[in-house]
Design a protein around this ligand. Structure first.
Ligand code: M6R
Length: 360
């Protein structure tokens, strides 16, 4: 049941610290600066020359996140919409690793992409929440995110767990390729180990409800971010439109000036995600929207320069850029939830949508 919560979505948002702790259990060893991912022993991905992630919706945003961490580490990688894969897949051979990312493991588009890749000779891995799902069985290997059942149609805790597991899988691939991880494990793993408590901090202290109420009469809601903040902006907008039925869009911060700025008015709040990747540029892009009258909501740590400039602030604990976006995402989940709640939407079952989409 929903327990003390009004909706499964809110319950699942609050389950994130536990879900993440479960995902990390036995998989990271901060003291010895090591990761261990069950079946994937060191060397498993030695021969991989490129990585293609295939997914839809929120899982696609997690895939963008994972793919970007790989690219930043110097590995050829792309996140691809599974529903576009049959018309747009890059070349595949035996050295291609195709990673299907799917909470349910039953999404038809993702299964099709996975099967296509396997038929072309790729090595396949499924990252999923559901043991025994079709996608878990259809791939060479499966990596389980262990988030526990997700009932709300809007994916919340599974995004966080997917993004973290994809980052760990990525680091294993990098280690296998280059003999060492791309990030300094002595900093990164202890930081990762503190994520459940960082999430807890956000859940206890978030101002998301007040901010959702403050901007509830707006016309459109924009979400911007750069680097790992970009998939978070896309996810923020997807969640917002899915459960509030209000218009929302996510952009790369730098894209605003290439068109979307024409839409910006005092009726279009802009939520800007700061991850520590060229934040100055993001702040400049956000300020341009603010100059046109848009209220600016900065999602960033206390003491960040954006706090002084913005009209409102959603605080996230200080962390490394690889993880900051995940914290920001939780604040945006809460904004969507409270905005939808104020509008009295059927939050757990938005109109026209299904939890798992088993048709093409
Ligand atoms: O089960 P999957 O992760 O494959 O589902 C993919 C999408 O249908 C799903 O993430 C959808 O976008 C969510 N309802 C978004 O909250």
């Amino acid at each position: 049941g929903k327990g003390e919560y009004d909706h499964f979505m809110l319950k699942e948002i609050h389950e994130q610290p536990t879900a993440l702790a479960q995902a990390l259990e036995g998989r990271i060893d901060p003291e010895n600066a090591r990761i261990s991912l069950g079946d994937f022993e060191p060397g498993t991905f030695e021969d991989v020359s490129s990585v293609q992630f295939v997914a839809c919706g929120t899982s696609y945003h997690a895939a963008l996140y994972g793919s970007l961490t790989l690219k930043q580490a110097g590995i050829q990688s792309d996140a691809l919409l599974a529903n576009e894969y049959s018309v747009s897949a890059p070349p595949i051979d035996e050295e291609t690793l195709v990673v299907a990312v799917t909470q349910s493991g039953e999404t038809a588009d993702t299964l099709n992409a996975l099967r296509h890749a396997a038929a072309e000779g790729a090595t396949t891995v499924t990252v999923t929440n559901v043991v025994g799902s079709t996608a878990a069985r259809a791939a060479d290997e499966a990596l389980f995110i262990r988030a526990g059942p997700e009932i709300g149609v809007a994916a919340t805790k599974t995004f966080s767990s997917q993004a973290v597991m994809l980052t760990l899988l990525g680091q294993r691939i990098v280690e296998d390729q280059f003999g060492e991880p791309a990030v300094d494990f002595e900093t990164f793993l202890p930081e990762l180990a503190t994520m459940p408590s960082a999430l807890d901090d956000i859940l206890v202290r978030s101002d998301a409800e007040a901010i959702a109420n403050r901007y509830e009469d707006s016309q459109s809601y924009f979400f911007i971010g750069r680097g790992l903040g970009f998939p978070v902006a896309l996810e923020g907008a997807l969640k917002f439109k899915e459960i509030t039925y209000e218009h929302a869009e996510g952009f790369a911060s730098g894209e605003l000036k290439h068109g979307p700025l024409a839409l910006v008015t005092p009726e279009t709040p802009v939520f800007a995600v700061f991850t520590g990747e060229e934040d100055e540029k993001t702040l400049k892009n956000a300020s341009e929207a603010q100059t046109r009258g848009a209220p600016l909501v900065a999602v960033c740590p206390e003491g960040h320069r954006a706090v002084d400039v913005a009209d409102a602030h959603l605080e996230i604990p200080e962390t490394v850029p690889d993880l900051a976006g995940l914290l920001a995402n939780v604040q945006l989940q809460l904004v969507s939830y409270y905005a939808a709640d104020a509008l009295d939407r059927p939050i757990d079952k938005p109109r026209n949508l299904a939890k798992s989409v088993t048709v093409e």
